[in-house]
Design a protein around this ligand. Sequence first.
Ligand code: GLY
Ligand code: MN
Ligand code: MN
Length: 440
Amino acid sequence: MSDLQIAAGNSAVYAGRRARLDQLMQRGVAVVPTAPEQARNRDSQYPYRYDSYFYYLTGFPEPEAVLVLIAGDNGRSILFCRDKDVERETWDGFRYGLERAREEFHFDESHSISELDALLPKLLADQPALYCHLGSDGRWDERVLKWLNSVRAQVRTGVAAPAAIHDVRALLDEMRLIKDAHELATMRRAAQISTDAHRRAMRAVKPGRAEYEIEAELLHEFRRRGAQAPAYTPIVAGGANACVLHYVRNDAVLNAGDLLLVDAGCELDGYAADITRAYPVSGRFTPAQRDVYQMVLAAQAAAIAAVRPGAAWNVPHDAALRVLAQGLIDLGMCEGSVDKVIEGGDYKRFYMHRTGHWLGLDVHDAGDYKRDGQWRELKPGMVLTAEPGCYIRAGDGVPQQFANIGIRIEDDVLVTASGHEVLTHAAPKTVEDIEALMRG
Ligand code: GLY
Ligand code: MN
Ligand code: MN
């Protein structure tokens, strides 16, 4: 299927989301821009990635585009986008242009992006509210204020300016939190590609290989299967590097006897997978590595078991933490009772992050974790990660056999009506399955 057919096939989904936002706004104008292109250096751009909020509402992949959604009287959806340009298309490739974009993506109107500043004050006139996002991009904020001031300057002619400004992302965050069928289908495919990439990476691991060679296996599988990019910079961290939480250099050689931590997931049609596994470079866990691994695996199982509708956000984290605290006591790395280790925070020497985050268009996806001061309840359609870990640095005064063991086990979990579904279950994670795969 061509890009055009895919876009056309899904445009009803995006139109449905715009209708939903209309309902939530009731009256007013929403203005949602896509992301700007970013220069990497002279004449060279970073690979383009659209803004997630804009894409969620449009499916439109081109840069230089803004969605304007008018709710209430005379309600309509308007896309501002690039004009057709034969000269530019010769260099950079296809552009939809105004007419085709309007038709294919089901907008009521389309205008040239060059008309945005001229038309916005007209579209905001006599509207009760503006829904936009301010505070992330100073140049965008300035433009929005100019449009508003331009309407305000006309008040003596009887034109009313929007009296209220709301953060459109507050509405969209809530919508994005519950994934629809189209999103879930895409996330399942992203999960499948990413689990296969982990299997491929596991098979490629051996002493003497470099971390980047394993990274190359992951990226190869992502692209081979049509994923556009990694959803975030892969972490491929051997030995002590696994204890650096955001290690991305990926340039060290893998040593026999070390563990390798791999945190990598693809982005497919905008949606992220986020998977971490740890495997022994030599194909077999040492007894100490196995002990720590089994502890993290048990913590993850407790977190996943706690994912169900009605459970508060922090319940999976608390469940994982209790298992980790007990495990650290059993291994002699923390002292006292589980409650004391948790309340005193002693575990934080070995576990310094939380157990998960929302997942979707962004790897750390949109959505609040608390509402009115309370952890929010899980609901069917939410997707979160379960990713406890344990990072034992050599300098932490631990027995030698535990030094430089860094383990995180991360899966992507959908909340279902009856409990949960692990979208990334196909990436091996028991000691037996990992060792068998590496042997094979
Ligand atoms: N890979 C990013 C994270 O696990 O949060
Ligand atoms: Mn994660
Ligand atoms: Mn991750």
